[in-house]
Design a protein around this ligand. Structure first.
Ligand code: ADP
Ligand code: MG
Length: 682
């Protein structure tokens, strides 16, 4: 007896070839097959008498073939099959292009249901290439709501529909059902068998809506339950009490007025640190939203209370920049800031370490060097890390371990909607900077093809002649079998540019270089000693080169929108008018081209990440390995917000009464969580 995990090879009509094609759609088991949900539906339920067909209307008619189908040729020489069909109200002329074999099917006197778009010309009603089923027998393509699937070569809609039918019939009683009965009932959800039947073969639109609601709810419920479990497993730690000093005088000393969002985030962080518990907060905001200021305000409160803070950046150059910015903000307030990075001399390091160990310095800004053994703090109470995805949890923990009751603030530059952030960063509280400081200039963005290459090189030259600098980003490092020829590689592309623009100072930068080499090149660029930096995405992280005015991205189709938005954020940071040029081959990647167009239209990081999320799904978006988030099959985290909230509440409630899902009625949910989050939830 087949079950959900049975291979599709067990189905009638699936041989090696078809199994392979199905695998391209991600379908290997019967579970995969029945979870391959239609991507859209067409309503073919309406049946009309011929006389009532309106011009341009799609509908079914039931009619008798009234004449021998006639073969002929169109003016362009294509083969045609023409016939007329009648019902009690009128005559319909039907034309098929190509399909001349239908001559032997559509025999005079036989009755069929035709579905197509009617047109009326001079009182004559006609349809071209209608779909049809015999009047007697099952309605396959007419008279019902017809579903459309994502298909692939070798798998037609008809084949897939047939296989799903087979699978559903063979599985009648054991469909996937992760919902505890009580939840199904309380949220008025339909049963699993009804849901799977109607998502594929909707009896009507109400049944379809019920099926969708159930399956979306279930998917979100499993996700929410898993993430809630994760959150519960985090032990509430106590944190150093930092009394809630008002930040007003800090604000007063700034050269600008903080945005409302900045004030809100500061307030949230200060409240965390005054709560007695340990702060565990994610601060996320678009490039340029002013995250550093929020960090500075938190540091200042900690320093005031007589404690220390550490600020860790992923690269030396970023550490240098943050050191400069934070010193500027904090030194005037009497706060001593020291730097600790790998490239400092032994003597400099020793001095910084002493200042920290003795409590002379209240803030250390640095790289991984901060984690190293010899670094001790007198009273570390706050750890801030910049650019979340670059540090593992373990590294953050290693730094926090240098103090007791240490608060954590993690800064990320990928803005996502709040409901989503709360869901995804299950283990962190979230503050969002959803407001940019006033007066930001827009980076003009253009999606272009290879045809403009010569003009682009000219533009690079012109920018440099005006004293500006240029970033060029390529998707891959070196040429090998995995890299098709047309993928620009940083090293090769830098070589090419040097040949075309011999008078410019051009260097390449990529992840395979040693850290010291990378920093040296980056520093040379930051100091204006290089004109063009050709790199992989290592520049993605927030390096500040205010003199850079042009960002060129090669093979832009290879990047996610949010990533491109980050890259674009590397320019437009100074007073110079800035540009972002995204190169892609429109004819080869038409979908990507459309996607990239979003960046021409908007500079709003939240909108862009929403779009990205919609297109790529959350697993991909956040890097599934990092977050362990499953791909969603039917739910849309952005449009299904209402159901998301409902599912989230239900999951929280359930886990309150059965935190480890031990009760028998929750066993299916527990199994499903284990299955969906392959690596388990910990
Ligand atoms: P990000 O969130 O990308 O890290 P930064 O903290 O680097 O942003 O801030 C970007 C720039 O905006 C800095 O030059 C900073 O001084 C400036 N800035 C921050 N907040 C404000 C504000 N409220 N008004 C004006 N400029 C601000
Ligand atoms: Mg920053």
């Amino acid at each position: 007896m087949a079950d959900l995990n049975s291979n599709v090879r067990g189905l009638g009509g699936v041989g090696q070839q078809r199994a392979k094609a199905l695998e391209k759609l991600g379908i290997r088991t019967l579970r995969d097959l029945i979870s391959h949900f239609p991507r859209r539906y067409e309503d073919r339920t309406k049946t009309l008498p011929i006389a009532q067909l309106k011009d341009g209307q799609s509908a079914c008619v039931e009619a008798l073939v009234a004449s021998e189908p006639m073969l002929s040729r169109s003016t362009q020489g294509r083969q045609l099959l023409k016939l007329s069909a009648v019902d009690e109200t009128g005559t319909l002329s039907i034309t098929f292009f190509g399909q001349t074999y239908l001559k032997s099917v559509l025999r005079p006197g036989k009755s069929f249901v035709f579905f197509g778009k009617a047109s009326i010309l001079g009182g004559r009603r006609s349809m071209t290439n209608p779909l049809f089923d015999p009047s007697e027998g099952e309605r396959v393509v007419t008279g019902r709501i017809v579903q459309f699937y994502h298909l692939t070569q070798g798998i037609t809609s008809k084949v897939l529909t047939g296989l799903v039918r087979q699978a559903l019939d063979g599985l009648a009683l054991q469909l996937p059902d992760a919902l505890p009965p009580e939840v199904t009932e309380r949220h008025k959800l339909c049963q699993a068998d009804f849901a799977y039947e109607n998502i594929h073969f909707p009896a009507d639109y109400i049944s379809l809506a019920l099926a969708q609601r159930r399956l979306i709810f279930e998917e979100l419920f499993v996700l929410a339950a898993a993430l809630t479990q994760m959150k519960h497993s985090r032990v509430k730690k106590s944190g150093t009490l930092i009394h809630n000093a008002t930040p007003e005088d800090f604000y007063a000393a700034l050269p600008f007025e903080p945005t409302g969002a900045q004030k809100r985030a500061v307030k949230e962080a200060l409240a965390d640190m005054a709560s007695g518990g340990a702060m565990n907060r994610l601060l996320q905001g678009d490039v340029g939203s002013g995250k550093t200021l929020v960090a500075a305000a938190a540091v200042r409160s900690v320093a005031r209370a007589g404690y220390q803070a550490a600020f860790m950046a992923p690269t030396e150059i970023l550490a240098n920049q943050h050191f400069a910015t934070l010193s500027e903000l904090l030194t005037p307030l009497g706060i001593v800031v020291v730097k600790l990075t790998g490239s400092m001399t032994a003597k400099q390091k020793a001095e910084a370490k002493r200042a920290l160990a003795e409590g002379l310095a209240a803030l250390a800004v640095g790289t991984h060097a901060l984690i190293s053994q010899g670094v001790e703090f007198d009273a570390l109470a706050l750890v801030i890390t910049d650019e979340q995805h670059r540090f593992g949890v373990a590294q953050r923990a290693a730094l926090s371990a240098k103090g007791a009751g240490v608060h954590t603030l993690v800064m990320s530059a990928t803005p996502i909607p709040r409901t989503l952030a709360l869901m995804i960063y299950g283990d962190l509280d979230v503050s969002i900077l959803d407001e940019l400081p006033p007066g930001r200039q827009k980076v003009d963005t253009f999606v272009v093809g290879e045809a403009v290459r010569a003009r682009l090189n000219g533009f690079i030259k012109k920018q440099v002649a005006e004293g500006r600098q240029v970033f060029v980003v390529c998707p891959a490092i070196e040429e090998n079998e995995e890299n098709p020829q047309d993928i620009k590689t940083a090293v090769a592309h830098a070589g090419q540019l040097k040949r075309v623009l011999p008078e410019l100072k051009i260097e390449s930068l990529h992840g395979k270089m040693k850290a010291a080499e990378k920093d040296a090149v980056m520093l040379a660029f930051a100091e204006g000693k290089l004109d063009v930096l050709v790199s992989t995405t290592v520049v993605e992280v927030g390096v500040d080169v205010p003199n850079a005015s042009l960002m060129v991205v090669e093979n832009a189709e290879r990047f996610g929108l949010s990533q491109l938005h980050q890259l674009r954020g590397r320019v437009g940071r100074g007073e110079h008018k800035s540009y972002c040029i995204l190169l892609t081959d429109r004819s080869e990647y038409p979908d990507a081209y459309e996607r990239l167009k979003v960046l021409e239209k908007t500079n709003d990081g939240f909108k862009i990440s929403e779009e990205d999320l919609r297109l790529r799904g959350p697993g991909d978006f956040f890097g599934s390995r990092q977050h362990g988030l499953p791909e969603l099959r039917i739910a849309d985290l952005l449009t299904d917000v209402g159901l998301l909230k409902e599912a989230q509440e239900a999951a929280i409630k359930l886990l309150e009464s059965d935190p480890s899902l031990e009760r028998p009625e929750n066993a299916a949910l527990k199994r499903e969580i284990g299955r969906v989050f392959e690596n388990g939830v910990s």
